[in-house]
Each structure stands twice: as C-alpha cells, then as structure tokens.
Design a protein around this ligand. Structure first.
Ligand SMILES: N[C@@H](CCC[C@H](N)C(=O)O)C(=O)O
Length: 258
C-alpha cells in the first residue's frame, strides 16, 4: 500500500469533494481510508471522495464514495466537479463524455460553469403529496414553507430512517417555491447523514417535481452554497434531456499520509 497520496479538493455550490486521479489504479479502495480522508478533523474533509479513472468507451470514469466511506450512486455536483478536474488535467477541451455508476454522461465547460447531462427519469411517484424519484440517486421531495428556518436535519433524518427507507436510504429534499422560475432547496444526504450545502441530483429531482405538467423547460435552483439551474423536457411521464448547470472550483491541493 502506498503511504502518501496526492489529492485535490473541489467544491460545487458548497458540496465538497476530495478528488483523486486514479488512472494508475494505486488508490486503496478501503472504507476506513475513504472515511478518514473525508473527515473534517482527522483528514482532508469532504461530503464525498471521487476517483477519476480511465474508461474504455468515454473520456474518463467517475467512482463516487460518500463521506461514510461507502461507494454510492450518482452524485450530480460531484460529477460537475469531476468534469472541472478532468479539464484541469487536460483530458478534454470544452465538451466531454464520462461514465458513472448510472451510465454515460455528456458534459460541457464554459468559463467555470459546468453543465452535465443527467439520466432520463421515467416516473415520479406521488406518496400522499410527497414525491419519490431517481435521478441517478434516490430522492424524496417535499414542499415546505419558511425553508430558511426549517429543521432540515431533524426532519430529514427522521424521513431517511423511517421504516420505508431505513435499509436502502434516501436523500431528502425540502423545497420552497420562490417564484415562477426559482425554487429554494435544502437537502439531507444519505451517506453524509447530514444536511449538505447543495446536492446536484437532489436539485434535479426537486426541479423535475416542480416542472412536472408545466410548460417551462428550466428552473433556477437556489441552494445554501449558491445557485444551480436545471433544464428538462417532458415527454408523457418521462423527463428527457435533463441538464444540471452550475459552478465548480478547485479549492486546494496537497499530499496526505494514509
Ligand atoms: N451530493 C450528491 C449526491 C451524492 C449521493 C448521495 N449522498 C447518495 O448516496 O444517494 C449530488 O450532488 O447529487
């Protein structure tokens, strides 16, 4: 096992990730190591850790771990940050494709703004006025008032650990309509087991529920860490051509002893 690894730290609207170039396949994929690297006191700190690996069909592969050290499903902000990282590594110029756990993603970069194409979403389940859908990761969406003062941790933790979701887990999004073209979203994330400053697949899920049966094809999404925009086209019950757009930045880089 190697003792020192080089890492980069990225954030996308405040959702932060340890980023590692693992094209040489030297990174030890052990839960305890990943959990420690994501720890804000004993490690680098991050909501998750992402490995950039080589892929046969696309420009690169995304391997995503939550801060609890477990590999998980798609991370939208992580995907945007990884695209920024791949651009920094000169893997592509302005357009790319990459492979993630949920399949192939197209992406574009323009002046620090990263846009990635998300998977199609073919159903939104209505659970007595609350909603369940999968945008690459599983999401629960509920509309509330006074979201600024809302107890996101307490209520999110309760829903995530309720009998229906305890085993597989779910990300819980609380949404408030600000205007006809803007929503405010706060998310309790599975695998971080806390509120994060932003969740890309959660912003996407919330936007789709908001856009359902309306004529609009985009909505601005305010999150604690900034602003995102989601584009989508509805075809019957299915949402297609879904894009998540927003900033992603390298914050620092370094070496850490394992
Ligand atoms: N922060 C992410 C979501 C990451 C995955 C999630 N925690 C899960 O395990 O489902 C995003 O930006 O989408």
């Amino acid at each position: 096992m190697q003792n020192t690894i080089e890492f980069f730290k990225y954030q996308g609207t405040g959702n932060d990730f340890v980023m590692i170039d693992n094209r040489d396949e030297q990174f030890p994929k052990e839960k305890e190591i990943i959990e420690k690297l994501c720890d804000r006191r004993f490690g680098i700190g991050g909501d998750g850790l992402i490995l950039l690996e080589t892929d046969e069909k696309t420009d690169f592969k995304m391997v995503y771990y939550n801060s609890d050290g477990n590999e998980s499903t798609m991370c939208g902000n992580g995907g945007r940050c990884l695209v920024a990282f791949a651009h920094f590594l000169d893997i592509f110029e302005d357009q790319t494709t990459f492979t993630a756990i949920d399949g192939l993603h197209e992406a574009q970069i323009n002046n620090g703004i990263i846009k990635i194409k998300m998977i199609d979403v073919d159903s939104i389940k209505n659970r007595e006025g609350n909603f369940e859908l999968n945008t690459g990761s599983p999401h629960y969406v509920t509309f509330v008032e006074m979201l600024n003062n809302y107890k996101v941790f307490e209520n999110g933790n309760k829903i995530r650990n309720s009998a229906s979701y305890r085993q597989e887990g779910i990300n819980v999004n609380f949404v408030e309509e600000i205007s006809a073209d803007q929503i405010f979203v706060r998310t309790y994330e599975r695998g971080v087991e806390d509120e994060t400053f932003s969740c890309g697949t959660g912003a996407t899920a919330s936007a789709l529920v908001f856009l359902k049966d309306k004529n609009e094809t985009s909505v601005n999404v305010k999150v604690l860490g900034g602003n995102l925009k989601v584009y989508a086209e509805q075809d019957g019950e299915t949402f297609k051509n879904i894009w998540l757009e927003g900033p992603a930045k390298q914050v620092f880089k370094g070496k850490i002893n394992l």
